[in-house]
Design a protein around this ligand. Structure first.
Ligand SMILES: Nc1ncnc2c1ncn2[C@@H]1O[C@H](COP(=O)(O)OP(=O)(O)OP(=O)(O)O)[C@@H](O)[C@H]1O
Length: 260
């Protein structure tokens, strides 16, 4: 199998704080990972490394065969789809939904005078349709519901047909219906044979879509457990990383957790 992401003994220190310590981790092209861990565990920092938005303080990070520090990140970044709330804040709220997705082809936010090829417009419309947004293509991004905006962010992240897709808490702040709609769509997308490798950060086991093959538990900037999802997402592992007794159950590929 081809690896799309490789961390070798990686540490990140920011303003004197050790945020990640000795992370060695590998993601293969056919894998879909979920990263779980308490607040401040270092999940977003790990994703920023994978997105080539941050360099490690020590160790090596290789993204799509390019080692950070030895490659032009401006060429690498368009090959990685990244959706996070920090990126969403940069999207102009008055922009048409179609343009929010289309501008990803030029790695810009906000349409100016770029000339888009018909093939890009067709792809943007196809991606919008796959994420059940076709009827909203002409609406202003800022007028959409939170659930619709989250789906637009993912559509934008996959517009460029990335080899690696990174999602930072895609279901955060969604109501139950919007969350379930998003998780169903993500599960379907992740299960398609031509889908890219995916790494998704979440706070809740209920948000792990079906078809996510692997899980990594992060605590205190260190890997606490990693492996296949059913192996890792267990009562014992989650109780240990979240520091309280938890009961985790699974049914038909989905998980729930509650205090024991
Ligand atoms: N630029 C920075 N300078 C100093 N410390 C930072 C910086 N960025 C993040 N941190 C600290 O690093 C730790 C890990 O942050 P990170 O955002 O990666 O965690 P997280 O697991 O994503 O947290 P959450 O679940 O709350 O989003 C936190 O304690 C945070 O305060």
């Amino acid at each position: 199998m081809t690896s799309v992401l490789e961390f070798n003994d990686v540490s990140v220190v920011r303003e004197g704080n050790r945020i990640l310590s000795s992370i060695s981790w590998k993601v293969d092209a056919a894998e879909r990972w979920v990263i779980l861990g308490p607040n401040g565990a270092g999940k977003t920092t790990l994703l920023q490394l994978a997105a080539a938005q941050l360099h490690p303080t020590a160790g090596e990070v290789t993204v799509l065969d390019d080692e950070l520090g030895r490659t032009d990140v401006f060429e690498l970044r368009p090959r990685v789809g990244f959706a996070s709330s920090a990126m969403a804040k940069r999207l102009p709220r008055t922009e048409q939904v179609l343009d929010v997705v289309l501008t990803a082809a030029f790695s810009v936010t906000g349409r100016w005078n770029e000339e888009y090829d018909e093939v890009d417009v067709r792809r943007a419309r196809r991606v919008l349709s796959e994420w059940k947004l076709d009827h909203l293509a002409e609406r202003r991004f800022g007028d959409l519901s939170d659930g619709e905006q989250k789906r637009v962010q993912i559509a934008r992240a996959i517009m460029t047909d990335p080899e690696l897709l990174l999602l930072d808490e895609p279901a955060a702040s969604l109501d139950l219906g919007s969350r379930e709609e998003l998780i169903e769509l993500l599960g379907g997308f992740a299960s398609a044979p031509d889908a890219p490798a995916i790494v998704m950060v979440t706070h809740h086991v209920e948000e792990i879509p079906r078809g996510f093959t692997h899980a990594l538990l992060l605590g205190g900037g260190e890997i606490q457990a990693e492996g296949t999802t059913p192996e890792v997402v267990t009562s014992e592992n989650l109780s240990s990383v979240f520091g309280l007794p938890l009961v985790v159950s699974s049914d038909d590929g989905r998980f729930t957790a509650r205090a024991a």
